[in-house]
Design a protein. Sequence first.
Length: 269
Amino acid sequence: MTQQSLVSRRLSSRATRTFALVSVLFVTPFIATSSANAQVYTRAFGYASTEPGAFPTDGVLNDPATEDGALPARLRRTTVALTTTEAPGTIIIDTGNTALYYVLGGGRAIRYGVGVGREGFTWSGVQTISHKAEWPDWHPPAQMIKRQPYLPRFMAGGPGNPLGARAMYLGASEYRIHGTNDPSTIGKFVSSGCIRLTNEDVTDLFNRVNVGTKVVVLPKNGPHIAARELGPAAAEISVRPGLTPARPAVVTQRAGRQAMNIPVSSAQY
């Protein structure tokens, strides 16, 4: 009986090891594929993946040291010397240099690094801020859904929302200046025409501007703005308090009311 028990335990041990090996062989490709799919979603469509667990944490979104520290020096918020005929309070977007300037007056401006439209989706012209929202909901416009039918029809504002912590809507167009749930896209040509900043930077800009603020968007291949750095913007001018608590992100595929649902061809640039 003792010898049979020993043989039985050995067979059981071998079976357990075999099962574990087979599990690894089957599960590993699945994990790799899921990760690859999330990366493809992010690269192809300019938004962070909507897969659970793929969103940045609140800490990453709300910590300026984490966000700004990852950016190259030219994309970090700073005060610059800038010669312009635009009035103080105007926003100027240098598309080709992926930079946004908030004119302070007296030959100074605050420069922010931004992400802009990918190939075929950049634009230029003059707009005004028509609406401001904190932790905005996302209603992908009809043309975006037509190009990317798998997108959610509605996503509540929150850490996983592609619009990030703040949004400033431009006129009656479908374009916005907004935050992002993927700070790695700052400085790149990635969006469908919107201008994106880190959540920390978009909150800083949001607190400086009002509805009616003039926004000048320069063409991608036009002359670029020459500006000389003076120092951190935070030391030059103070603003109201920053980020407010975010609502949990909620995604639904049900049809909902479309926001700013105006075709690109009819947008007033």
